[in-house]
Ligand binder design. Structure first.
Ligand code: GCU
Length: 839
């Protein structure tokens, strides 16, 4: 009976990703005889209390995992053979058993599980809910061992931020830098009436112990502060409340003028101060337990106090005073820099200096409910950055780190990139303040500088896609973020395994394979994109996605590489450069000041060197670039075989969806590899020692084929096309490109490099000797979710592969491209890959 039920559930369960890691899949107990609790006692009967939620969640978990229906009571005396969940205080009232739990910090919990007797006690209600999720996580992972332990969070602030817009006019879709579909909160300027997705999300967040969520974009719409929207904000808060997640709002600094009818937003003007006070009182009427505010001021065009020659301190403390009576906190972002007047011609100019320049002077003067929210690196969520020196420079100020779960510069969820190892390079970094151990994580916990408030924030940007982030595998980042915010020393590999067991089941080969792929993914992404601390080489003026290294330079955004014909990198030394290295405490500053002591992976972050400069590894910079790009693309290809080995061990829907992305990633890793290598090869004129760059013996360039209704086109940027050219149809009629194969007869993987742009769905067909091999549409914009492109470039460049195609010398390959709208069925090349060749 159990087996039948197991099979049925497995077959019918829609594995679309919506439940994330909270699937509560049936557990196969085999022949084990285990006694489980038979009822639930939840020590609170109020429906929006987290303890009440914990009761329901336990019930749901037991039903899914063990097919048992447990009754919940709220007032009954705790009995044996029950799960008791509640706060320590409540438990002490009802139980006559003394409790030997250690002291818990806010949100902490104590869990004791011994067969049919389970006690889950939280320091507060939220902690009790976390304990319930913890117990269910153990069960779902098949861990039935008895245990008694307590755990408390490392830091009180464990938030996510959402860059959601009301009106959907964000840079792309309604979530700025969101790749999992539109907002779960808003559509067409209206807050959803049906907020069931918010409840689902709250559940996921609570299970990873996130206690705050800011629900609107930092580039903030002031309308959120009007009654019209506050009503909806209150509804959103009521969906998060039962899960212990408090809601916060991003503020627009100019609100008093934009919606308040004042002619100023000067933070020292009494009418402005009064406006924020009364507005905040109103906000708290709607949401009495609001977490607080998030403020992006004087950054990237956002208004702020500098407009009135006031200071950032004036701005932050103005909000702090308004929020204080309500217990609210103000997350004030340190992401303040000048993106208009910065000049690359000035060797000493440096955006990286901005945060310390702006904030250090105010250390010790921020109100105690202000937390300065600092991006992990000095620039902007790059694949490799040093830890922001601001963490070392404001010891008398509360601080939180800002991470990105959404992969803005890191493949936009179309590339598998497991981020926790990257985050650890920052959290584990020792800043050596006063020559003493100063790990970033100990600054965040408050431990190092004895602060009470601080912690973690991640820009999560989930969307309405059933996978939340647009990709099943990307969810490991959200899961691990929560776990790390609670306990930053957690083992990121073990955490990943927990996630995999909960998400895909207990099969060891599944767990090991996903672990292997994920742990290799960030290093691989760094290898095939930007190395040695050069920062992102994505197109920063457009999609932040595909390769475009020249977009970094000659503009005021300050993400410069300073690449010229001979040399590359930012000189951030004190003796000859921007002085940034000197913002670190002495020991660290000294290390970064000298090339000899700077680690290779940050070399170009701190130094400007010739391409022929030898790294500690002994390689030249340029050869390192070439080699790494080849290695990284190879690794991305190896993910395919790894994933395919799991066929049949993962439900079809998720298997296929992940496979689609991995195939895409492998193809796009070649786009990256070739673009970057071609660009620097062209710039430096230095050949690749292994003669791979610019040399593709198995490719047939589309422009060299016999064309009918197709014509060659020079692609811009040139390095995003093989041979720098592609072909497009000359009218809205189909075009054909034909070639005779001159390679030895054999079995090849046949790949077609092409471009898939937005606002058109061209169709391609490929024939071998007039026999159709395959056909596909240009519909990646519907399937992938990355920022799409209107042009033939590094964002739209993609490829499709047909495995194991038998080809004879002299065969004819024909591509028929049918254009659609602006998508003129563009093709870059065909490649016939003998076994083992990746190109
Ligand atoms: C990045 C990102 C923007 C965002 C900004 C911020 O620059 O591209 O979309 O608004 O960071 O963090 O404020």
């Amino acid at each position: 009976m159990r087996l039948l039920h197991f099979l049925l559930v497995t077959l019918v369960a829609a594995e679309d990703g919506l439940d994330g890691w909270l699937r509560y899949a049936p557990l196969d107990l085999g022949h084990k005889h285990v006694s489980f609790p038979t009822s639930i006692v939840a020590l609170n009967s109020s429906k929006d209390s987290p303890v009440y939620t914990a009761g329901l969640e336990l019930q749901k978990g037991f039903k899914g995992i063990l097919s048992q229906n447990l009754k919940i009571s709220h007032d009954g005396r705790p009995t044996s053979s029950a799960i008791i969940v509640g706060t320590v205080a409540e438990y002490s009232k009802t139980s006559n058993k003394p409790l030997n739990a250690p002291k818990l910090k806010e949100d902490g919990f104590w869990l004791s599980t011994h067969g049919n007797t389970v006690t889950i006690l939280g320091q507060n209600e939220r902690g009790a809910l976390y304990g319930a999720f913890e117990y269910l996580s153990r069960l779902a992972q098949g861990d039935l061992s008895p245990a008694t332990y307590a755990t408390s969070p490392d830091a009180p602030i464990r938030w996510v931020n959402h860059w959601d817009n009301l009106n959907g006019t964000g840079t792309h879709g309604s979530v700025e830098r969101g790749y999992g579909g539109d907002s779960i909160f808003y559509k067409d300027n209206v807050i959803y009436q049906d907020l069931s997705r918010v409840t689902d999300y709250a559940r996921l967040l609570a299970s990873i112990r996130i206690n705050g969520v800011v629900i609107n974009n930092v580039n903030a719409d002031p309308a959120f502060l009007t009654d019209k929207y506050l009503e909806g904000v209150a509804r959103i808060a009521s969906h998060f409340r039962p899960y212990g997640v408090k809601v916060g709002l991003s503020l627009n600094f100019a609100s008093p003028q934009l919606i308040g009818g004042l002619n100023t937003f000067d933070p020292l003007d009494p009418s402005v101060v009064e406006w924020w006070r009364t507005t905040t009182n109103k906000v708290y009427k709607y949401v009495p337990d609001m977490a607080g505010y998030l403020v992006k001021a004087n950054s990237e065009g956002q208004p702020g106090p500098l407009t009135y020659n006031r200071t950032l301190l004036d701005g932050a403390n103005m909000f702090a005073k308004a929020a204080k009576p309500h217990g609210g906190i103000v997350m004030f972002r340190a992401f303040v820099y000048d993106s208009v007047n910065l000049k690359e011609s000035d060797w000493k100019a440096d955006r990286a200096n901005a945060a310390v320049d702006h904030f250090k002077q105010f250390d010790g003067q921020f109100d105690d409910n202000v937390v300065v929210q600092i991006k992990y690196g000095p620039i902007d969520f790059q694949v490799r950055e040093p830890a922001s020196p601001l963490f070392a420079n404001i010891p008398k100020t509360n601080v939180a780190i800002e991470l990105q779960v959404t992969q803005e510069y890191l493949g936009q969820q179309c590339h598998l990139v497991y981020l926790p190892p990257l985050w650890n390079t920052i959290l584990d970094f020792d800043l050596r303040v006063d020559n003493k151990k100063t790990l970033v994580r100990d600054v965040l916990s408050g431990e190092r500088f004895k602060r009470n408030l601080g912690g973690y924030v991640a820009v999560s940007n989930v969307g309405v896609n059933s996978t939340w982030l647009g990709s099943h595998l990307a969810m490991s980042n959200l899961y691990a973020y929560g776990r790390m915010a609670w306990e930053p020393t957690v083992d990121v590999k073990a955490t990943l395994d927990d996630w995999t067991r909960l998400t895909f089941g207990l099969d060891k080969s599944v767990i090991n394979t996903i672990n292997k792929m994920s742990m290799q993914s960030w290093p691989a992404y760094e290898q095939y994109t930007g190395n040695l601390g050069i920062q992102t080489l994505t197109d920063i003026l457009y999609a932040h996605y595909g390769p475009n290294p020249p977009s970094q330079d000659d503009n005021p955004w300050g993400q410069w590489t300073r690449a010229d014909a001979d040399s590359i990198g930012m000189d951030r030394t004190v003796w000859n450069g921007t002085g940034f290295a000197g913002q670190y405490p002495t020991e660290v500053a000294r290390r970064y000041e000298r090339i000899e002591t700077t680690p290779d992976d940050l070399l170009l972050w701190f130094h400007h060197v010739p391409y022929t400069h030898r790294l500690h590894s002994g390689k030249t910079v340029i050869q390192h670039f070439y080699d790494e790009h080849y290695k990284g693309a190879e690794t991305a290809h190896s993910f395919l075989a790894m994933w395919k080995s799991l066929k049949g061990k993962i439900d079809k829907q998720r298997y296929e969806e992940v496979l689609f992305r991995l195939v895409y990633q492998a193809g796009h890793s070649i786009v990256w590899r070739d673009a970057i290598n071609n660009f620097y090869h062209n710039k430096s004129g230095i050949a690749d020692k292994s003669k791979r760059v610019g040399n593709h013996p198995w490719r047939i360039e589309a422009e060299s084929m016999t064309l009918k209704g197709y014509a060659p086109i020079a692609v811009n940027p040139f390095f995003t096309a093989s041979g720098f050219k592609g072909i497009v149809t000359t009218s809205n009629a189909p075009g054909t490109a034909t070639t005779k194969v001159n390679f030895p007869s054999g079995t090849y993987d046949l790949a077609v490099g092409y471009y898939d742009i937005i606002r058109g769905k061209a169709n391609w067909k490929v024939y071998i000797n007039d026999k159709l091999l395959g056909a596909w549409d240009g519909d990646n914009e519907d399937k992938l979710g990355h920022w799409p492109s209107e042009f033939l470039d590094g964002h739209s460049a993609t490829r499709i592969t047909f495995d194991g195609v038998k080809i004879k010398k002299g065969d004819t390959i024909k591509i028929v491209g049918t254009p659609n709208g602006p998508e003129l069925a563009p093709v870059d090349y065909i490649v016939l890959l003998p076994k083992g060749i990746i190109d």
